[in-house]
Write a protein that binds this ligand. Structure first.
Ligand SMILES: [Zn+2]
Length: 80
């Protein structure tokens, strides 16, 4: 049984309100739902959140957010 949930910051914001603070059950089972702490939207499953977190280094996530906020397009010309 899970009466406790833990909060964490997710690189991908809530689709409803854009909040990045999410909560999930303390057990963190792959099937457990991740909810927005602000509006309680069911954002995704913990397995999905874990993958997003694993694929997004913290600094890179911050950079992406800043780029979005400043509305500037990051250079993606990797193909030479
Ligand atoms: Zn939300």
């Amino acid at each position: 049984m899970s009466d406790f949930s833990v909060e964490f910051r997710m690189p991908k914001g809530c689709p409803n309100c854009g909040n990045h603070m999410m909560k999930v059950s303390q057990e963190k089972n792959p099937d457990d739902r991740v909810f927005c702490t602000s509006c309680n939207t069911d954002v995704c499953a913990w397995a999905d959140a874990e993958q997003i977190l694993a694929e997004t280094p913290r600094s890179e996530a911050e950079q992406l957010i800043e780029d979005v906020m400043n509305n500037k397009k990051p250079s993606t010309d990797d193909n030479h």
